[in-house]
Design a protein around this ligand. Structure first.
Ligand code: FRU
Length: 495
């Protein structure tokens, strides 16, 4: 008996140790979600119910590379601090659980609830084997704790090898469920409708425009408020197009999506190297949709040098749209709750007029930084972070051509052949009152840059030396002024 008690005590303390050792590893993000161990990719089934945000995700429960795709599961009350739960949906009978969505079936239209007044959670996912992808259901009547697969699966089968990532929402005007689902090789998103979630009718296709260079995956169709007119909304269609994303803005009449942005114009929610498969919480308490994306890139996703986990999620972003010229632009702001992780602010009181190089007093690999950059009209100027020796990551603005850019060329990249091909990214950005406003989030191996209050976003991974903590401002010889510089070391969500 005493031996047994000792065994219990030892195994309990071993377990506690094992828990606390996670999230201390080199490169481990401290305020972005990642799993304790093993591979993850796309966020799945983002749903808010009973005061909790559920995050499911593509997950290999058995290893640190892609495979055995199942749905992992975590919950959070604030979209910041997450509790990892047991795997929700497992690979079974040779079928992997590919990406999909979860809805709260509040009117029990599916009949999966035992009583009329039950609100089952219903997952709509792709079952995948090497020759077939079909759309399937699973349901939970205990708030997502346990799941059963529907006995009459699949609910949508076109006998196609590539047909995936169903994303479902309730369309109130037509009082039915709408599914967006990808036809990857055709570069089309198809829309289907249903009253029961069990039978689906084809409505329309949208696609074959803008970026058609890679397979189309992970669609999400949602309503987004217009900046300054919170009661007016537009429809946004998010599409992942290997290995980046694009969006369309327009109208949806319950059957068909109409793009109102210039035909073939490519608009990206993120111009960085590592933002993919983002989808939204569509029914949030503040009614503003909130996206989460996978911070990785299929070209080298399996090779990034992190262990025992691989893959992380972006900061949750609140969405809005605004009209700029003849284009509807997606505006993204990280959720406000992130500010609760800030330690005491360090401020640069007087502005820094920089002619070549300015070494700031700030240091770290886990921080948020905010500043206004006032470039001279011809300069290339900006911020270098993760500086150490001749290593650094650049966030810069080329004023002559009005381009914001990121560049990780001078950070370690030898772990993968593909990774260096994606070292530089840039996008068009106009100054506002001659200023580029930057919010920079650096979290060990993840950088998210929000420019001009979310008009342009870049997400990128780097794998710096632990000693590379310096932060510098630079300008190529013309004077650039750095104003209103705030720096906050960030607290960990895992402590
Ligand atoms: C996108 C994707 C999806 C698919 C899943 C498989 O990253 O390729 O289309 O459902 O990953 O893990």
């Amino acid at each position: 008996m005493r031996k047994f008690a000792l065994f219990l005590f030892l195994s309990a303390s071993l377990w506690a140790n094992a828990q606390s050792d996670y999230y201390q590893e080199r490169f481990r993000p401290q305020y972005h979600f990642s799993t304790q161990k093993n591979w993850i990719n796309d966020p799945n089934g983002l749903v808010y119910i009973n005061g909790e945000y559920h995050l499911f995700y593509q997950h290999n429960p058995f290893g640190n590379i892609w495979g055995h795709m199942s749905w992992g599961h975590a919950v959070s009350k604030d979209l910041l601090r997450w509790k990892q739960l047991p795997v929700a949906l497992r690979e079974e009978n040779g079928f992997m659980m590919f990406s999909g969505s979860v809805v709260s079936d509040t009117k029990n239209k599916s009949g999966f609830g035992l009583k009329k007044e039950d609100s089952p959670l219903v997952a709509i996912y792709t079952a995948h084997d090497s020759s077939l992808q079909t759309q399937n259901l699973a349901y939970s009547i205990d708030n997502g704790k346990s799941w059963s697969k529907y006995s009459a699966n699949p609910v949508l089968d076109l006998q196609m090898r590539d047909f995936r990532d169903p994303n479902v929402f309730w369309h109130e005007p037509t009082k039915r469920w709408i599914m967006s689902v990808a036809m990857p090789n055709e570069k089309l998103i198809s829309f289907y409708s249903s009253f029961s979630l069990k039978q689906w009718a084809f409505e329309s296709d949208f696609g074959m425009q803008s970026d058609t260079s890679g397979v189309w995956e992970c669609p999400d169709l949602l309503q987004v408020p217009i900046v300054g007119e919170p009661n007016k909304k537009k429809w946004v269609l998010l599409v992942s197009q290997n290995s980046t994303m694009q969006y369309f803005v327009g109208e949806f009449d319950g059957a068909k999506f109409y793009n109102e942005n210039p035909y073939n114009k490519i608009m990206r929610p993120d111009y960085g190297t590592d933002y993919y498969a983002a989808v939204a919480y569509k029914t949030t308490p503040d009614k503003i949709p909130t996206t989460i994306g996978w911070v990785n890139n299929w070209n080298y996703a399996n090779e990034i040098p992190t262990s025992p986990w691989k893959g992380a999620m972006s900061l949750p972003r609140k969405l809005a749209v605004k009209k700029m010229g003849n284009e509807w632009v997606l505006v993204q702001q990280p959720i406000k709750a992130i500010a609760s992780l800030r330690s005491t602010a360090e401020v640069l009181k007087n502005s820094a007029a920089v002619k070549s190089r300015f070494i700031t007093p700030f240091k770290g690999q886990c921080f948020e930084m905010e500043l206004d950059l006032r470039p001279s009209t011809t300069s290339i100027s900006g911020v270098k972070i993760a500086v150490g020796g001749n290593r650094y990551f650049t966030i810069g603005y080329d004023a002559a051509i009005e381009q914001l850019f990121i560049d990780r060329t001078n950070t370690p990249g030898g772990f993968s052949k593909q990774y260096p091909y994606f070292n530089k990214k840039n996008a068009y950005l106009k100054t506002v009152n001659e200023v580029v406003h930057l919010n920079i989030f650096f979290d060990k191996s993840i950088i998210e840059v929000y420019a001009n209050n979310g008009e342009l976003v870049f997400t990128s991974q780097i794998f710096p030396d632990e000693k590379d903590t310096g932060i510098e401002f630079f300008s190529d010889g013309n004077i650039t002024v750095f104003e209103n510089v705030w720096f906050w070391p960030m607290k960990s969500i895992w402590k």
